[in-house]
Design a protein around this ligand. Sequence first.
Ligand code: FAD
Ligand code: SIN
Length: 532
Amino acid sequence: MNTDFLIIGSGIAGLTYALKVANDFPEKTITIITKTTSDETNTKYAQGGIAGVMNFNEDSFSKHIQDTFIAGDGLCNQSIIEIVVKEGVDRIKEIIQWGAQFDKDPFGDFKLGKEGGHSESRILHHKDVTGKEMERTLLEAIKNCSNIQLVNHCFVLDLITQHHTGYLVTKSTPDIECYGVYVLNLLTKKIEKILSKITLLATGGNGQVYRTTTNPSIATGDGVAMVYRAKGRIENMEFIQFHPTALYETSIKGHSFLITEAVRGDGGILRNHEGLPFMEKYDSRKDLAPRDIVARAIDNEMKINGNEYVFLDCRHMDIKNFKEHFPNIYNKCISIGIDVSKDMIPVAPAAHYSCGGIKTDEWGRTSIKNLYAAGECASTGLHGANRLASNSLLEAMVFAHRSYLDSASQINNIELKKNIPDWNAEGTTAPGEMILITQSLKELKLLMSDYVGIVRNKERLHRAMKRLDLLHEETETLYHKTEVSPQLCELRNMITVAYLIVKSAEFRKESRGLHFNTDFPGKDAILQNTIL
Ligand code: FAD
Ligand code: SIN
């Protein structure tokens, strides 16, 4: 297959970009690839909302900029923050025009929520299912674009670069170029090549590298791993954000259910097993301190008391308002026997968001020519060492737009590459035992959660790396002799992502934002990103 614009991922970043190029270039072909169904994305699960300055009486761009900067603990790129905060408002207005509904009060003004680290109420939301509403809007809108082809159940294996035409490509090769991708079509079980003039990676996050995560099963860091294999630049992978309040359940199927930070924004209070509020011991902003601080505080309380969770107390909150703002959470709690008006909700931190990723510039350009990245897989410089709540959907839309502007100015100068060889599956045979994959996956998740979680140290990172070496060696051997499958490729990608997280964490000899190392509890005077 040949296409002008190729988009990997159908979350907020991929779909926003697709809509824009489709409307601007009705004569060009746009192909969106997704590895399961089109709406199975991190985007669909977003709860709290999207941050944006909509009420200029109390709020201002400078306050949102300042809050983002403070949360990022010194590592944010100031000019990128300004771009996102200022341009973000137009992107929000755009998605509203496309049909997204955000909650309003009886006077027709947006009901603006508050979350950790925000000095003002500025979170637009659709009850507690904001992502679902945004995903629905975008999927509806692309149906009207006849030049977009959306291909589900198609697993992207690797980027095609000069490497596939016989050239030696290393990290120092100048002008590495992307010519398209190899994919495993899960319906035909065939490996195909898709050649493209421009490719956008919008592959989302990597929470599945950890044992407990709020991310659905698609979040395996495939885009980051592909770029790393293609010798592109990856940045700040040590900054994995753990959401403080995932619902604690003894048996979790796939991923943890989130209890949005907006619940604390509306008055929810964290309590330990004695029923005592504890956040005041850790930060003057108490339950609404930035996420890294709240997650570390909960981790500490759990370790002191030997418990696997703490409680979120909503019993004092107005139940009518609660049900109206958080119907999804209310119903989920009821389904497991928790009535939030009488019972406290057991919660524990879970891997939630990757602040680092594929390094991009202010136009979403990666270090590989004709390859852009937007959304959670990208590292734009916005989040620094810790993302401010509800800035992710905003960033994804702003950088999808900017990637569109830049790629629109390039598309007519790019030719499709010819003579790309087919995928080489020589010497591989049908997979024998799935246990070789599933057991390694369990080991990977365990070691990342136990050694590379909220609190780290030299010894834990060293142990993690040794175990990763073994998993890497075994999985590469299996990969080279086995026909590819999504399970095997995801395991391989997750091992690469885990390696990048551990390596970056080892490089950072300080504690900053989401990276807390007990051997280096202070901050280094020199501010720098970790680039691999
Ligand atoms: P995603 O929406 O994750 O989409 C990734 C896409 O890539 C999918 O279509 C997937 O199939 C595809 N893909 C991946 N790998 C491959 C491959 N190898 N081949 C083919 N396709 C592939 N952020 C906020 O700002 N506000 C919130 O309230 C909020 N709440 C959240 C709540 C939860 C529970 C979670 C998990 C996240 C939340 N976030 C929130 C974060 C935010 O939702 C995500 O960062 C954002 O939606 C990511 O969008 P994306 O377009 O980058 O990727
Ligand atoms: C939440 O609703 O608490 C998640 C918000 C986010 O991840 O930005």
